[in-house]
Design a protein around this ligand. Structure first.
Ligand SMILES: *Cc1c(COP(=O)(O)O)cnc(C)c1O
Length: 379
């Protein structure tokens, strides 16, 4: 099977992990802060907090911003379920802002309309940079700020993406941006994620909550310093720490991020060229941004054509996939009162969406096969 996405591990990655195994620290030692600093520097983020997954980092971001019971969080219906789930797990009510069918990205016009008619404003808006293409961050951020809402970017797909000359992760238009290091994403740590922010207080809070709300920092403590053993639990949190083993892999992978981005972008360009004279259209690109090319999504005519293509390609050993089933269609969210029919843009995007294989190890011969089988299935 040619997977739609997969990791790219080399000998240097393996040696970096082995070096940690030979060292004194397996969980949080010196490598986690090195990885945080390296990625922060790469994307121009003042602060970074590593976590055990992007889902964990989203949870930490929401909690650090004070999201809790009674608060309203708005995100996009076309995302992985974790974006919405973590807000619900904080106790918040979750609602969705429709996407543009041609990009799958949160529609600023839909956001404006929803803000005008909502019974109460959201406390947080979470745009998702689908497939690695950044959302309309200036517009979304201005609208969110106009009602006093915070903004968290679900940048799980977007390590290396650029919006209007600023790297995603610099948080120019948001409070926090979250990256994922799942093996199908841009760089991997096995499981892992990182929250980037320009706000030192938010960074401190996320770090605290990632480790049980327990601090050893005299400045964060309320009580007296009783001795060298003193720690204090000042809040309640989980264990959402990244390990040094994982961070060593991430740090090593980060050295190849530029190479990975170039490879993905040139494969995407090659798909564009091969599909040019076919009825198959890729997602629309916005000229003022650079995608990290996590996914190469094409839009087929309708659900029936997508089904035919999906089955034919899977049958031919091509690991196509669909990103994503609209979250409001999920039984859990329906039971929460979410009405899938309220998001026609998400349905229109979803009905024809198909992710073709796009990963750094994909060969041109494999890519030729992908396009050939896709075209044959549509003939
Ligand atoms: C992968 C992904 C997540 C979750 O990432 P994990 O690191 O697997 O927890 C969240 N949101 C989106 C959009 C994703 O693609």
């Amino acid at each position: 099977m040619i997977p739609y996405g997969c990791q790219d591990i080399d000998a240097a990655d393996i040696e970096a992990v082995a070096a940690v195994l030979r060292s004194d620290f397996l969980t949080q030692g010196p490598v986690v802060p090195q990885f945080e600093a390296a990625l922060a520097s790469r994307v121009g983020a003042p602060h970074a907090v590593a976590a055990s997954s992007a889902s964990a980092a989203l949870y930490l971001a929401y909690r650090a911003l004070g999201i809790g019971p009674g608060d309203l969080v708005w995100t996009a219906p076309i995302t992985f379920v974790a974006t919405a789930n973590m807000a619900r797990l904080c106790g918040a009510e979750v609602d969705f802002v429709d996407v543009l069918p041609e990009t799958g990205l949160m529609d600023p016009v839909a956001l404006k309309r929803k803000l005008e008619t909502a019974a109460r404003p959201p406390k947080l808006v979470v745009p998702v940079h689908l497939a690695g293409q950044p959302c309309d961050m200036d517009e979304i951020s201005a609208l969110a700020r106009s009602v006093g809402a915070n903004v968290v970017e679900d940048a799980s797909h977007a390590v290396g993406a650029i919006y209007r000359d600023t790297p995603i992760g610099a948080c120019a238009q948001s409070d926090i941006a979250v990256f994922s290091f799942h093996p199908v994403k841009m760089i991997t740590t096995g499981e892992g994620g990182m929250a980037m922010t320009a706000d030192a207080t938010l960074a401190e809070r996320m770090a605290l909550l990632s480790s049980h709300g327990v601090t050893r920092d005299p400045a964060q403590k309320e009580g007296a310093f009783e001795g060298g053993w003193t720690y204090e639990q000042v809040d309640i949190g989980h264990n959402m720490r990244l390990t040094d083993l994982a961070a060593a892999l991430g740090l090593s992978q980060l050295e190849r991020l530029t190479e990975f981005l170039e490879k993905r972008s040139s494969l995407a360009k090659r798909y564009d060229e091969m599909l040019e004279n076919t009825p198959v259209r890729p997602l629309k690109r916005c000229p003022d941004r650079v995608s990290s090319w996590h996914l190469y999504v094409v839009r087929l005519a309708d659900a029936a054509q997508r089904r035919t293509a999906f089955d034919a390609m899977r049958g031919a050993g091509i690991g196509v996939n669909v990103h994503y089933i609209p979250v409001p269609r999920q039984p859990f969210w329906r039971a929460q009162g979410t009405r899938p029919e309220d998001f026609p843009g998400a349905d229109a995007y979803y009905s024809g969406a198909l992710s073709l294989p796009l990963q750094t190890r994909l060969t041109e011969a494999e890519q030729d096969k992908v396009v050939r089988v896709l075209q044959e299935s549509l003939a």
